[in-house]
Design a protein around this ligand. Structure first.
Ligand code: HAM
Length: 446
């Protein structure tokens, strides 16, 4: 958009001494352009088809919520709530926040629409952008995209195991090797004793901790376990793990889940110091890590949150779920069979032919066949180059001879061979070639 146009719409003009705003995507956000966007679409289609196979149905949520939804769910003491939320006031003075994650929104919708009356457990999946004001780096953005599932209504370890296996299946399907790391963060009965022990351990080393961790140590010592500052990570390496503090109920739950995972062929690594940056977890937490990705190596993460629905005003309802970070999945190089798009380019030679080409393109598209034609009145040679560049395996050539003779010339772009096809036979012939795989997948193919 022209600058003048922009200021007419927004009323914005640079003030005295103010620099003109550079017109580009905001820091930490990005455009995903073709052909990369085709790969994104395929990953999302494959993922959501897999979720449906496991009985999940889509929930489409707003990308803004009232701020208290996140403050209450994720926890006032977390980095996300304290530092990373994009928060603003609406015109009525209510505080809104761009969602930093979707589990809180799912739980809010569950309570608001009394979804428990639809029969439990309820299996929901979602996809879309999330927003966190983090320092951008490879694999960490301010707007990123997630696919996630939530299984609401079962307290049993089988629910946790199924959710973990589903997440693992997503990565296997895409040929991405991952390490599965699991832990139990206990519950309100056993976690306090662990937190005390951890605080004591940290207090003895307080002088070496970073400034943030010195604060976390008193406010919420579990958050120190997440710190990426090298000295803190070193200290955390020697900290006590949660496992020996678990109460009977949590220990059995954890053990049962691990056994179910192992029976299904998964290979979970227990890590007693694994915690997540959100306060709502009870018992199970897990991550799928890609060791090749370096710092930002969690491709997906999740866990159980048995109190979240209750905390948002619903009947206490246990739940478990995960979110996959799609940006990191794309960095990990998913294996995709990118089938060629197929389709037909309509090449017109001369004015009358252009009218016919227009009608043919319309007819083919109506029959579900990808078709395109020239909108720049280019020469036949330039049109042929364009058909080639855009990857059309077939080309319908329409010139004076064809019009006079009542036929089309159908050109196979790969073999550079062509033949005449009667007007009445064109659609049938194109479909025949598609079915034979000469022209990529037919209508409805991916
Ligand atoms: P999370 O661990 O905050 O969990 O995020 C899940 C995944 O989202 C991460 O493992 C990572 O792949 C991706 N991710 C997070 N932040 C960024 C970022 N700034 N840039 C790029 N990718 C990022 C949740 O969001 C929970 N809702 C998971 C859950 C669902 N727990 C229960 N149900």
């Amino acid at each position: 958009m022209e600058r003048a146009g922009l200021s007419r719409i927004t009323g914005w003009r640079p003030g005295k001494g103010q620099k003109e705003v550079e017109i580009r995507a905001p820091k930490g956000t990005m455009d995903i352009l073709p052909p990369e966007s085709d790969r994104w679409r395929l990953v999302q289609e494959k993922g959501t088809a897999l979720f449906r196979l496991y009985g999940y149905r889509e929930i489409i949520l707003p990308i803004v919520e009232y701020t208290e939804v996140f403050a209450r769910s994720i926890g006032e003491g977390t980095d996300i709530v304290q530092k990373e939320m994009f928060t603003f006031e609406d015109k009525g003075g209510r505080s809104l926040t761009l969602r930093p994650e979707a589990t809180a929104g799912v739980a809010r919708a569950f309570v608001e629409h009394h979804l428990d009356t639809a029969g439990l457990p309820l299996k929901l999946y979602y996809r879309g952008p999330m927003f966190r004001h983090e320092r951008p780096q490879a694999g960490r953005y301010r707007q990123f995209r997630q696919l996630g599932v939530e299984l609401i209504g079962s307290p049993l370890p089988g629910a946790d195991a199924e959710v973990v296996l589903l997440c693992g299946e997503f990565f296997s399907m895409l040929g991405i090797g991952t390490d599965l790391v699991v832990n139990s963060v206990g519950d309100e009965n056993c976690r306090p004793a662990y937190v005390d022990a951890l605080r004591k351990y940290l207090e003895e080393r307080a002088g070496e901790l970073c400034e943030d961790c010195r604060r976390r140590m008193t406010e919420n010592p579990l958050r120190v376990l997440d710190c990426k500052v090298p000295v803190c990570a070193g200290i955390v390496g020697g900290a006590p793990g949660m496992e020996s503090f678990l109460c009977g109920g949590c220990r059995d739950h954890y053990q049962n889940m691990v056994e179910l995972l192992e029976a299904a062929g998964a290979n979970p690594r227990r890590e007693g110091r694994l915690v997540r940056g959100l306060d709502y977890y009870t018992r199970t937490v897990f991550e799928f890590q890609d060791p090749a990705l370096g710092g930002q190596n969690a491709l997906a993460a999740g866990g159980r949150y048995d109190h979240l629905v209750g905390e948002l005003g619903g009947k206490p309802t246990p739940a478990v779920g995960f979110s996959i970070g799609l940006d990191r999945v794309m960095l990990a190089g998913p294996r995709l069979d990118e089938a060629e798009e197929g389709g037909v380019y309509i090449l017109a030679i001369g004015g009358e032919s252009r009218r016919r080409a227009f009608a043919v393109a319309h007819r083919l598209r109506g029959a579900g066949i990808r078709a395109d034609l020239d909108h720049l009145e280019r020469s036949p040679k330039a049109q042929m180059r364009e058909a080639d560049r855009a990857g059309f395996p077939l080309c319908v050539v329409i010139g004076e001879e064809e019009t006079a003779g009542g036929y089309y010339t159908l050109r196979d772009m790969r073999s550079a061979t062509q033949e005449r096809v009667l007007e009445t036979d064109l659609l049938g012939e194109i479909k025949r070639r598609m079915a034979a795989g000469i022209n990529g997948p037919g209508p409805g193919g991916s």
